[in-house]
Design a protein around this ligand. Structure first.
Ligand SMILES: [Zn+2]
Length: 478
């Protein structure tokens, strides 16, 4: 009893601690708002899940989200940055300006029903194998909750939702950034579907995505091969060179390629060859170093084969600039909300997937993980959120929408994203991100601290996107 009294006195005496236990009506309001809109948000997510539209073809998905934002009173700009499926939705005026991003593109070829065994919803069609249906609807739910507080005069400033297409291909955010759409933000937030819940303190890999083409001269492969110059020889010399380079790069480097064109028939000396390649490393500077050598290999390979080579950069991502100050604010809100509780049916669903995929049957991880140390080298994978994190301080959440021990970008992620396991992760994301935005609107010192860490981590580096000049490569509408 005495101890409790002493503790209470201590809490009262230390302002930081007292603030922590003090209820915040604005945070209660955003939680209630997400619950109020729960049916609409899961409905939006399910529609985008069923549309499963791939990069830059997300016409229906983008329209669903933009229409909902408009109906909620946001001022919506569609088709921004030269992409018909990119949009912004804004509410309020003046500073601070807080941004939140939402994705919605699917991955080709992994259509799947919302069931724990593999069966395509539409054979051959795309599927939401990265959970972007949840990402888009969840982030918009958070934005709506904050908008309601601005509208009620409880918060001052501007909330802006970014509908960001093509995360899985050219990186729509990078084109939106090129048009200056993020330049006036104080802080930006995002989340990503995952197998655990955590305020992210980890970076992502930087990468460059490019095409290497070889042009030779066709000839009859038996009658007069001396008159021909084989583009495939050039490509083979190139891949040999790249594979020799593997031994002499840092362990953090990843290089992968796919051969897109390599001749048509054996009895014609191939005139043309094309290879699509990515180079990744923990930092942009590491990518640059390796990419320079790969470009030299392309030149050398062309000389060996007596052909011409051409390297064309398609896109690239920066590594994500971590913001631990922002993550710590998000962490407190996650802890306030507490873990996700799953029903026995949901756990059985997850275990069935793990069984089918031969993984350990651990079920679902709904607990709130503690803030982790930032690793020097991130796990494999890149995102265009990385680029945004060099323009504005970025706070990133990961939330459980599928079980561990299953293949990401695979059918099981699609399955969980179309049912209650995915929905629960999405709603937690919407609530915790909205609560963190409340912190950012209310607490000027937090915004300053987040910005100070951003400035310190960024140092003197001048951000320069990898994307080429000219409009985004919009595919034909089929
Ligand atoms: Zn993704």
């Amino acid at each position: 009893m005495k101890k409790i009294l002493a503790l209470l006195l201590l809490i009262g005496a230390v302002p930081g601690l007292a603030q922590k236990v003090k209820p915040n009506p604005n945070k209660d309001a955003v939680i209630k708002s997400v619950e109020k809109h729960q049916q609409e948000l899961t409905g939006l997510s399910d529609k985008i899940w069923a549309y499963a539209e791939t990069a830059l073809k997300e016409y229906k998905s983008s329209k669903e989200l933009a229409d909902f934002a408009e109906a909620q009173g946001f001022s919506v700009k569609r088709g921004v940055a030269g992409m018909p499926t990119a949009f912004t939705a804004e509410f309020g005026s003046g500073k601070p300006v807080i941004g939140i991003m939402g994705e919605f593109d699917a991955l080709p070829g992994i259509s799947q029903k919302a069931q724990p065994t593999k069966e395509a919803l539409v054979p051959g069609a795309a599927g939401q194998g990265c959970g972007h249906n949840l990402f888009g609807a969840g982030s918009l739910g958070a934005a709506v909750a904050v908008k309601e507080l601005i509208q009620a005069g409880k918060l001052k400033g501007t909330i802006r939702f970014y509908g960001t297409p093509a995360e899985e291909s050219v990186g729509g955010k990078i084109y939106m950034a090129r048009d200056g759409l993020f330049s006036d933000l104080d802080v930006c937030l995002d989340w990503h579907p995952d197998v655990e819940i955590a305020a992210s303190t980890q970076s992502s890999q930087a990468m460059v995505d490019f095409i290497v083409e070889f042009k030779g001269k066709a000839a009859h492969a038996a009658a007069d091969p001396w008159n021909g110059r084989s583009a495939v020889d050039g490509m083979e010399a190139f891949t040999d060179g790249v594979n020799m380079l593997r031994e002499h790069v840092r362990p953090s480097v990843r290089m992968h390629y796919a051969i897109l064109a390599g001749g048509d028939v054996p009895n014609v000396v191939p005139e043309y060859a094309k290879i699509w390649m990515w180079v990744r490393d923990s930092k942009r500077s590491g990518v640059e170093e390796v990419f320079t050598r790969v470009k030299d290999i392309a030149k050398g390979a062309a000389m060996i084969a007596g052909v011409e080579s051409k390297v064309t950069v398609q896109t690239g991502d920066y590594e994500l600039l971590v913001n631990r100050t922002g993550a710590a604010a998000l962490q407190k809100n996650l802890e306030t909300l507490g873990p996700i509780n799953y029903t026995p049916e949901e756990i059985a669903f997850a275990k069935k997937i793990q069984e089918v995929q031969g993984g350990e049957q651990t079920g679902l991880d709904g607990k709130i993980h503690p803030l982790k140390e930032t690793q020097e080298h991130p796990q494999g994978g890149s995102t265009d959120v990385g680029d945004i994190s060099w323009i504005v301080p970025e706070i990133t959440l990961v939330a459980t929408t599928a079980p561990a021990n299953t293949a990401w970008h695979g059918w099981s992620v699609v399955a969980c994203g179309g049912m209650s396991i995915g929905h629960k992760g999405m709603l937690l994301a919407a609530k915790s991100l909205a609560m963190t935005m409340v912190d950012l609107f209310e607490n000027e010192q937090l915004r300053k601290d987040v910005r100070a860490e951003f400035d310190q981590r960024k140092g003197g580096h001048v951000y320069k996107a990898y994307i080429p000049d000219g409009p985004p490569p919009i595919p034909s509408q089929k």
